[in-house]
Design a protein around this ligand. Sequence first.
Ligand code: B12
Length: 216
Amino acid sequence: MSDDILINIQVTLAKGDRNGVAKLTKEALDKGLSVKVILEDGLIKSMNAIGEKFKANEIFIPEVLIAAKAMHAGIAVLEPLFAASGIKPTGRVVIGTVKGDLHDIGKNIVSMMLKGACFEVVDLGIDVPPGKFLEIVQTKSPDIIAMSSLLTTSMGAMRETIKVLKESGLRDKVKIIVGGAPITQGFADSIGADSYAKDAATAVDKAKELLKKIPM
Ligand code: B12
């Protein structure tokens, strides 16, 4: 039964039916499925399949975009459940997709999971230039900067951002975590980031570990 609704979510997302995905996501919640299961076995699973088809040239950018919007409609239903909690924020994270990169689905999931773990999240959106990250470190004093990149051509913007922070003398004021499909632990080490996570769930664990390393 629960498998039926998850498959329905996958199929509806692949068709790009935003209203349908939102409705089915609500239905799945009403049926008692957990946010994690709906997210991972419904929405993300379908989006990954879309990615594979895109890679194989079976579908093209417009279809991917339409599916991505349907994915956002599902995430919008789940988000308040992650965020709903009166508990004091664990720490403040500033997150953004780096300059030159417009991909935001993974970044939004990381953001949502962090909110769910009681982090206060400031989301700078997509195509965020190094100067914007710098400005926000100066004005918001976050504990952690989280940078996302999905393109090999935008990975360099992560290095550039860390360089700009170093040059401004602010690098040691903030912990930095990076992620996104082309990012590896080796790359994270090579640019001087403090942490890397391969997925949103691991990102939360790593962010918590980083907080422990911040002197009180
Ligand atoms: C959706 C998509 C798009 C959509 C984006 C819509 C949107 N609002 O995001 C659109 C159609 C706009 C698009 C455009 C392009 N895309 Co595109 N796109 C994808 C696709 C199919 C899926 C990405 C996705 O959302 N995955 C699902 C999410 C959940 O996974 P994720 O992003 O990896 O995130 C997870 C982890 O990586 C991690 N994570 C992510 N961010 C962060 C951050 C931190 C701090 C941490 C800790 C973890 C973390 O946690 C997330 C959740 O678990 C991928 C293929 C793929 N399989 O990845 C190609 C892909 C990324 N795109 C690609 C390309 C080439 C492009 C274009 C250049 C195409 C073109 N010719 O115009 C443009 C670039 C536009 C730009 N300047 O950014 C290539 C990149 C190749 C490369 N290595 O550089 C890919 C890999 C496809 C391919 N195989 O060719 N794309």
